[in-house]
Design a protein around this ligand. Structure first.
Ligand SMILES: NC(=O)c1ccc[n+]([C@@H]2O[C@H](COP(=O)([O-])OP(=O)(O)OC[C@H]3O[C@@H](n4cnc5c(N)ncnc54)[C@H](OP(=O)(O)O)[C@@H]3O)[C@@H](O)[C@H]2O)c1
Length: 439
């Protein structure tokens, strides 16, 4: 076993000039270990050989070793005999030598230095943070609600908006697996048809239809509804799942309505009106609305129900989800006694496409959080599936759910008068006419 070191580094004690000191700092120790392969001498020993020049040593090493591992921390003078200011290069000849280096303390590239207490502290801290994050992730996974109901859905027709991706796709897949006839109401027909093929292949259920629906366009909502009214004798479950969020700058729909509100609130509001007669005829029927717990970060401004030009647009996502809750509660009240129930839910925080408009560089930490801690879309679909299928909620109306359990709302969400006013204004903004069905 040989350790070679550059002689230049052995300046200790005496006074050096500034250029000399500089030279000394730049100097490089070359340390190499050759490990006896016979097994006679399993303990590696260290030895410095100042007579070997760096260049000669490098040439020797280049012809004989497989790996060279540069270490950038200051060397342990006890190990290398070098000044702490010198930078060592440790050359490991083969796997065995790496293993032995590790045994001597070169753990994962960490060279013990005179700062080893600090280094051990940092290593322990990193390990503790990693363990805590893993525990949080594990906790969130095991406490996520699961829908255990095995209810079959043969003979039932279900409409799911935004079924071509995320939570909607997983919901469609699950309900198709239970035998339902699933109408995927999507704005992107290409991805929707690809998902339809995937669902048919996975579930062996060919009763999957794709129909065009852009909730941000009142014309598209009306065309979709007219098609359903004409072609469907019944709708057993209507799932308002589709949703979108913008980042900073808002957009306006072709109807002059702020786009997030148009898509997340006014579109579903209009669609429910246009389909209500079919739903009533199909009773018992269910309406499920995917809202969000993020509603708590907002409040609905009655004077600004069409908030065109509001900044930042991302805030309107929370407002639109709050509007979903007012809508669901008022709708449930108006449908009492019809055997059409309405329940709404928070799916959890889900790693899905809803975050796609988070701008750079915020999207980077966001991605780390969504990938690391948010639920999968399959887990996110569980409460929707529960509300669409479970006998436990067959007669439950106007309630909020999370993790397949009833959840509480804040005081603002329970304001019935405000809910009624939002409803009245929504009738105008969604341009419902006296000829349209009333609820
Ligand atoms: N992810 C979460 O953490 C979270 C939390 C709480 C609530 N939610 C709610 O969960 C629901 C599903 O979202 P997700 O997380 O599954 O996100 P996602 O993967 O982005 O799915 C949203 C779906 O809505 C569709 N959509 C958007 N705008 C539409 C429009 N104008 N017309 C018709 N469809 C439209 C999208 O279609 P395209 O593919 O064409 O865009 C997509 O299929 C949303 O209502 C969302 O607000 C999500």
């Amino acid at each position: 076993m040989t350790i070679a070191s550059n002689n230049n580094c052995k300046h200790r004690g005496g006074k050096e000039s500034e250029p000399q000191k500089k030279e000394q700092r730049k100097a490089t120790i070359i340390a190499a270990m050759t490990i006896p392969m016979s097994g006679d001498d399993p303990q590696p020993r260290l030895h410095t050989d100042p007579s070997v020049s760096e260049q000669a040593f490098k040439a020797k090493v280049a012809s004989s070793v497989f790996h060279s591992i540069p270490f950038h921390s200051a060397p342990n003078p006890q190990l290398t005999g070098a000044s702490p200011k010198c930078r060592p290069v440790v050359v490991a000849a083969n796997y065995r030598s790496i293993r032995d280096l590790n045994r001597m303390g070169f753990i994962f590239g960490w060279l013990p230095t005179e700062h080893y207490v600090r280094d051990i502290f940092l290593l322990t801290l990193s390990a503790a943070i990693a363990a805590t994050l893993m525990s949080i992730r594990f906790y969130l996974r095991i406490t996520a609600g699961r829908c255990f109901t095995e209810t079959k859905m043969e003979g039932k027709t279900v409409i799911i908006t935004g079924a071509n991706s995320g939570i909607g796709k997983e919901t469609a897949k699950d309900l198709a697996g239970r035998g339902a006839r699933v109408i995927m109401a999507c704005r992107n027909l290409e991805t929707a048809n690809a998902v339809k093929d995937e669902i048919i292949k996975e579930t062996n259920n060919s009763k999957i239809l794709v129909k065009k629906l852009d909730l941000g366009s009142q014309k598209s909502v009306r065309e979709f509804a007219a098609d359903i009214v004409k072609t469907e004798l019944k709708i057993d479950v209507l799932i308002h799942n589709a949703g979108m969020a913008l980042a900073f700058r808002g957009q306006t729909s072709e109807d002059g309505v702020e786009l997030t509100m148009a898509t997340n609130h006014y579109g579903p509001f209009l669609l429910t009106h246009l389909l209500i007669d079919v739903l009533k005829k199909s009773a018992p029927a269910r309406i499920v609305i995917v809202a969000s717990e993020l509603y708590r970060l907002s409040s609905v401004n009655l004077n600004k129900l069409n908030p065109v030009g509001s900044f930042p647009a991302a805030y309107l996502y929370y407002v639109s989800k709050f509007a979903n809750i007012y809508f669901a509660r008022e709708l449930a009240k108006r449908l009492e006694g019809t055997r059409v129930t309405v329940n709404f839910l928070h799916p959890g925080m889900i790693d899905s496409g809803i975050w796609r408009n988070v701008p750079f560089p915020l999207n980077l930490p966001m991605m780390a959080i969504t990938k690391g801690f948010f639920k999968t879309t399959k887990a996110g679909a569980q409460t929707t599936i529960y509300l669409a299928t479970s006998d436990e909620v067959a007669n439950v109306n106007g309630k909020y759910f999370m993790d397949c359990k009833e959840a509480t709302l804040n005081a603002a969400a329970l304001d019935e008068e405000k809910g009624r006013k939002i409803w009245e204004e929504s009738l105008k903004i969604a341009k419902l006419t006296p000829q349209d069905p009333k609820i």
